[in-house]
Write a protein that binds this ligand. Structure first.
Ligand code: NAD
Ligand code: AKB
Length: 320
């Protein structure tokens, strides 16, 4: 891989994944882009940044030519909660953005595309426990509809145009550097900030709402490993189940109490509860383990310890 373009690099995942790729491939070989110019100083100062709207196919083609790009990590998307508020926007950005990336990649014969999928591909008819790799994909959110379509479209391009499009069905990703962009699993980030700042959190999901999750270092590890995996070994290329642990808001609260014993949580479920209820409780990620060696490093308590330490450090440096 010579040069890699990241779309949507200013978001929760892109803000960290782009820097991780710069460490591996070299700062100047990883081109960061987003439609928003609000990106971190680290990202802006460590390598090239381009203002790029994935709905503008000509601009994508020009950027690929200008920087001699041969691979794209396509992160630009509208997530589940924002998508249910504005389904037309979710369809437009997720579908047309991905079609533009796939088409330019086809025309210019790019080597590889990685586009994340999500556990949002699952729906109420999908088996909820240990959800298999190959299963019912009939989601009830527009976000999920777009993610299923992108997986299928990726398969089509791989089959008919000999392309190399890869993707993972991330669970909820938990991190402390960049706030999440409007998903249903965002509670699992906000809870840690409120725990450190005010020792209480008002949760928008029920106490028993079980969802698969993963800490950002594992998300970076999984994405990097799939990006680098031997193409010949990939049988489920565009939508690998990957997970680290499955938790409810009550589990997260109990884990926080091991460090902040007087932490309190209240529950006021909103429209995001219906989205969470339509997803699964746990995922079987054996295909990812067998085909490219996936294995997570963090469980809930290990993540809680690390994330609280990092947020406390950030808060202390603000005071000083
Ligand atoms: P995010 O919402 O934090 O960031 C998305 C980025 O896309 C933003 O910086 C936004 O400015 C940019 N964007 C939006 N419209 C654009 C456009 N038209 N052109 C260019 N950029 C545009 O999302 P994220 O959490 O970083 O997610 C990245 C990818 O991972 C997405 O495909 C998402 O569906 C997937 N994913 C994320 C999670 C999670 O928990 N964060 C879970 C499953 C899947
Ligand atoms: C969301 O909640 O929308 C995302 C996801 C699981 O895709 N975090």
């Amino acid at each position: 891989m010579k040069r890699i373009l990241f779309t949507g690099c200013g978001g929760q995942i892109g803000s960290e994944l782009t820097l991780a790729f710069r460490q591996i491939y070299g700062n100047d070989n990883v081109i960061a882009s987003d439609v928003s110019d609000k990106i971190s100083t680290d990202l802006r100062e460590s390598g090239p940044f381009v203002h790029l709207d994935v709905l503008d196919k000509n601009a994508i083609a020009e950027t690929i030519d200008k920087y001699n790009i041969d691979a794209v990590v396509h992160l630009a998307a509208i997530l589940s909660a924002v998508g249910e508020k504005n389904p037309q926007l979710a369809w437009n950005v997720n579908i047309n953005g991905s079609v533009n990336i796939f088409e330019v990649a086809r025309e210019k014969k790019l080597e590889r595309i990685l586009v994340p999928s999500s556990m949002a591909v699952f729906g109420p008819d999908t088996p909820k426990e240990n959800t298999p790799q190959k299963t019912v994909l009939i989601p009830t959110t527009m976000y999920g509809v777009t993610k299923v379509a992108i997986e299928l479209l990726g398969n089509y391009y791989n089959l008919h145009y000999g392309m190399d499009i890869r993707g993972l069905r991330y669970p909820g990703i938990i991190s402390h550097k960049t706030p999440p962009g409007g998903g249903t699993t965002d509670y699992a980030v906000a809870i840690y900030f409120d725990a450190v700042k005010q020792k209480s959190y008002d949760c928008f999901l029920r106490a028993d709402s079980m969802l698969p999750m993963m800490y950002m270092p594992d998300c970076i590890k999984a994405t990097t490993e799939l990006f680098q995996a031997d193409k010949n070994k990939l049988k489920n290329a565009t939508g690998y189940n990957v997970t680290a642990f499955s938790v409810t808001p009550a589990d997260v609260a109990n884990s926080i109490r091991k460090i902040i014993p007087d932490f309190e949580i209240t529950y006021h479920p909103d429209f995001r509860q219906d989205i969470a209820d339509s997803w699964v409780n746990s995922m079987d990620d054996n295909s990812a383990r067998e085909e490219w060696g996936w294995q997570p490093d963090f469980n809930l308590d290990a993540m809680t310890e690390d994330i609280i330490k990092e947020i406390q450090l950030k808060e202390t440096s603000k005071v000083i």
